[in-house]
Design a protein around this ligand. Structure first.
Ligand SMILES: [Zn+2]
Length: 330
């Protein structure tokens, strides 16, 4: 038997980043490394950190018997709107990046073929490959992080649109004259239901919230409230936190009901720290979609939490490399 070919994967998030090594047909990584994203060091600093992680993974793989000559390339997922052919991030509001040629940076430093795509597209593809999207014909994946990312996977391939920016679900308008959004528009769902927006709404309402234990989870310091604090309090039955998640579900549900009507998907998968709240977010979200979308389309669409959100981005980045380079897709 020929020894397998190996793919390096890199997943850059706004807070953390990770790298792993995959055999080309295996969805389980053999080596995995994580670290904080050094956002303050700018795009080159972040890419250098990524190169360091990839080198560490490559070394660890070699110690476990991987032939380094069989490592054939790098798949990377990065935040923001990506022009996939050139691998350039043209806008990543949450990192403050504009026109960053990530693929070029990586090519210069790695001497391997590199495929770059949006992190949410990669997470969607990863959940389709080995997560809650398995077997789906047409799935929508929504990542509730600092912002709201989205990816659409049709028959196992990322739907990119003509400039590579398809799937930006966070920037669906749900309020005509609504809150300002990082993209320059007003009233995007991201301005209401992203992790950052959930935390802000939690802080804004805290004084009038009555006896909520959200405040005690952050030692009375509202500045420390995150979406995860809200999710944790909701899991423990806190009324204020449940109300906040219910409201979040209605905002998200309005945007997703529109997508259900437009695309008629069989699956919506939700990833990101907040979704660990489970039922308190997912139940009202399902109800909102049922309320707003065509009955038959809503009926045909399963709404589920991602199975392995921490691995999905890496998996998808590796599979994306296989699709684009090894299968000669482009
Ligand atoms: Zn927006």
């Amino acid at each position: 038997l020929p020894s397998p070919r190996w793919i390096l994967a890199l997943d850059v998030g706004g807070t953390n980043m990770s790298a792993a090594l995959f055999a080309e047909d295996e969805s389980e990584p053999v080596c995995l490394r994580r670290r904080a994203t050094p956002v303050e060091e700018g795009p080159e600093g972040v890419v250098d950190a990524g190169v360091g992680l990839l080198a560490a993974v490559r070394e660890a793989g070699t110690r476990e018997g991987v032939d380094p000559r069989r490592i054939v390339g790098v798949g990377a997922g990065v935040p923001g709107a990506v022009e996939a052919t050139r691998g350039t991030v043209f806008l990543a509001p949450n990192l403050g990046w504009r026109d960053v040629p990530v693929r070029e940076y990586l090519l210069e430093r790695l001497d391997l073929p590199v495929v770059v795509d949006n992190d949410a597209n990669c997470a969607a593809l990863g959940e389709w490959w080995a997560g809650a999207g398995r077997g789906s014909e047409l799935m929508v994946c929504v990542t509730l992080g600092t912002g709201i990312g989205g990816g659409i996977v049709r028959e196992g391939r990322i739907l990119r649109g003509v400039t590579g920016a398809a799937g930006e679900i966070g920037h669906v308008t749900i309020e005509i004259d609504g809150r300002p959004c990082g993209c320059g528009n007003h009233g995007c769902v991201e301005a209401y239901a992203s992790g950052r927006a959930i935390a802000r709404r939690a802080r804004e309402g805290l004084e009038t919230a009555g006896d909520s234990f959200v405040a005690s989870l952050v030692d009375g310091d509202p500045a420390r409230i995150t979406a995860e604090t809200v999710a944790q309090a909701a899991r423990d039955g806190d009324g204020y936190a449940l109300e906040l998640l219910g409201e979040t579900a209605r905002y998200l549900g309005a945007a997703l009901a529109g997508l259900v009507n437009v695309l008629n998907p069989d699956r919506i998968v939700l990833a990101g720290g907040v979704t660990e709240a489970g039922g308190p977010l997912l139940d009202p979200l399902r109800a909102e979609i049922r309320k707003r979308a065509f009955a038959a389309s809503a009926e045909a669409c399963v709404v589920a939490a991602a199975r392995e959100p921490r691995l999905a981005g890496l998996r998808g980045a590796a599979l994306n490399f296989r699709r684009e380079v090894l299968e000669g897709d482009r």
